[in-house]
Design a protein around this ligand. Sequence first.
Ligand code: GLC
Length: 415
Amino acid sequence: MQNKIALDKIKLLFYVTLPEIKKFIRDFHREMQKGLCGKKSSLKMIHTYLRRPTGAEKGRFLALDLGGTHFRVMLMELKGNGKTGACPVKTFVLKKKHTTGKGKALFAFLAGCIGAFMKEHKLDTQARYNVGFTFSFPVKKKDADSGVLIRWTKDFSASGVEGKDVVKLLNIALKESGITGAKITALLNDTVSTLVARSYTEPDCDVGVILGTGTNACYPEKNGEIINIEWGNFNKLRRTHCDREVDRRSGNPGEQFLEKMVSGMYLGEVIRCLAAELLPRIELPRGFKSEYVSVIEADTSKGLRKTDNLLKKVGIRGSKHRDRKLLKKACVMVSARAARLASAAIASVLTKMDPTLSRRHTVAIDGAVYEKHPCFSHRIRATLKEIFGKDARRIKLVLTKDASAKGAAVIAATR
Ligand code: GLC
């Protein structure tokens, strides 16, 4: 009985009510407005100096994508009419020494990857190529093809990069490795690439969202310029003691509160904290991955056998069925809250553009949390329905995979 009361209390703590969602939307609009006017706000509302493509762009372009655990290089052929040709891509794994070591070494590594890709595809390193660079961190921009890193997020901490123009840093590294023809003509965020990649084939698309390692979104303002919201830093939120603990232990305490409640990098950590309270006998290891959360929530096997196997894999033996049921409940509470908050953020962006939702909107979404979690996308849809009623039919959510690189190539073509 005691346990049941404790569990019910925790459920309430993690449940985001509809009035709370409505307040979220009001606060989000206020923060957006302040950010747009250059006032102090948790939403940076970064001007990108970029617009959506028309679909007519043509040619061969190089695309680079840095933002999480991998660096990707892609060569993309655009045929016009929203059509694309072959787009070979190579993915390089980033090691901790790259993401947390010296910035110079990180950029030298990136240049090395680009060189290896060009060699493999027999591209002349001296010939001119327009390059789009997706760099998924908050940057201060004054034009389309440069950007000063404001602050690393997602536990990157490479030294000597914050406060510097990352395009300059990459250009220096490219020169040093003998690649003289590649010209970076656009620097963009992964949300912008996602929006751009989708709108090349679907001009209705007007929101780009990432629900992956981190979370963020962008949309075109009234004048057509795409604004990178950096919504991961939204902070008008009701946080729990678990959120506070995760924040305290993170590489950037006091920042990215929404990201720490929604994105894949932190979901497992919030669950770990909650599980420590609900299941003191079981201590989940640090770095409990969000992939595991997907496995546990999808587990309908008898006695939650799959969860048991997973727990054994992370070194926990002898869990009881009761423990596994509780762990599954903890996963559902935390990830359902994440989906409700993500829906509230999507609803805020849509109603900023179109307060009465009088038009159709396509929201392009990329990221492992949206793609791989068994219930995330359904929960987002259900919450949008709760917020907008029948009008939610005007919102189309589309998974837009590998858009981070593709969008960079498309943008390079517009420059
Ligand atoms: C973090 C970054 C942001 C990016 C997001 C998704 O929030 O600050 O720029 O778009 O992660 O990768």
